[in-house]
Design a protein around this ligand. Sequence first.
Ligand SMILES: [Zn+2]
Length: 306
Amino acid sequence: MFPDDETCAAYLEHLRWPGGFVCPACQAATTPWHQTRGRLVCPSCRHQSSVKAGTILDKTRTPLTTWFEAAWHVTTAKNGLSAKTLERTLGTRYRVAWAMLQRYRVAMVRAERERLSGDVEVDETLVGGVTKGGKRGRGTSKSIVVIAVELKQPKGFGRVRMRHVPDASGANLLPFVCDTVAPGAAILTDGWGGYNDLTSYGYTHKKTILSSSGDPAHVSMPGVHRVASLLKRWILGTHQGSIVPAHLQSYLEEFSFRFNRRTSRSRGLLFRRLMEQAAITGPIIEADVTHGYDWSRLQQKKRRRS
Ligand SMILES: [Zn+2]
């Protein structure tokens, strides 16, 4: 469907302005002049823009056809793919493959705006094999990831949200719940004190004290247990366990995006959803790609909106 950059640009233009082009400078709703290399010129004020400006594709030199091909692989491979595999598949440089994946991961988080509801299990897990300082085998440490999973009635799991936290104190756990779960939901946790204040934020808190019930963790927290084991398998399998802590959150977003759409039968729809988000998310600066995206910035933006 996308033989050249012009076709890709036309598709992005449609996703970005579904109701027709609006000039970012003078706000005129008009038909832009199309120039070479995807440039759009406003006929009223002559302002020059492009479909890429202000999106996750901003200021990248990679051809749109390569971006589209990457998105196709990201959304059709059942478990996604690593930058290494993408480099081989596309025949690009590793750096280019890595940068595209990082930018798509930021677009994925934007797709996850609605907060979870109903019965929601929340618990932390340790993700191991994450290397410190980016070099494998040196100072391997574990990172704490807090996971929220919707429980469906009578059985099964709904959507997930995840966050890499520095420690399991209430100062990290409570903001996570408030950001990702709608008030009024019932939160199921173990007896850990970090969750003690949940009721004062408008949640029903159902605590299961493990020692008194005698249940092993995977019986009392089946949702979190299941998701945590899938996550660990994905990190070990697709990414060979080599994730730098600064980038762990990006990987969690990608995992959640795919997990939350696991029942979506059409891969084409998944592709469209990702490109839709790519066209309205951004821009992302080079430092975000290199040093890890500042996810707290996005959370603050979300909080202001809600
Ligand atoms: Zn204009």
